[in-house]
Write a protein that binds this ligand. Sequence first.
Ligand code: FMN
Length: 160
Amino acid sequence: MRILLAYCSLSGNTRDVARMVRARCEALGHAVTWIETDIQTLASVCPDGADHDLYVLGAWTDNAGRTPVEMKRFIAELVDAVGKPRQLAAFGTGETQWGAEYYCGAVRRIAAFFGTDYPTLEIEQMPHGERDALKIERWTDTIVARTETPPHADPARFVA
Ligand SMILES: Cc1cc2nc3c(=O)[nH]c(=O)nc-3n(C[C@H](O)[C@H](O)[C@H](O)COP(=O)(O)O)c2cc1C
């Protein structure tokens, strides 16, 4: 599959998670288009079109649960290019000290904006140890598997 992974990161936490997601995608045999929204545009990385099988967007969370402006700009460009893809997963980092209401708010906002039913991945600050590594690996496996074998629109088909 062709996977587009775009992320924004102020101090490196989200970049660390993004690198782990990319490494897992590549270990599973997929090609990853890597975009740092702080310094790159979609058009500059994908001049021949942005079509991919899976879109993965990662963001840190800004004041009061907001999406950083660089990611908002990227999302506007993505929607112009490909609309709102169904195959889209959001991840990010945040800090619980901002309150449960705002924790990783950007991840939730991005998922809600695209109306995706893929699971989200939220990491407190930076990935720590085996536990977070496993969480990131499992999440990546889940979103990849779901893209390769989407749940059928009619679950009754599988009953009986
Ligand atoms: C100005 C500012 C506002 C923040 N507001 C929130 C917030 O509302 N919710 C949250 O979960 N984290 C908030 N954070 C914490 C960051 O999202 C968190 O440290 C994140 O891991 C930074 O990721 P990065 O290293 O990729 O930039 C805020 C950080 C800053 C600097």
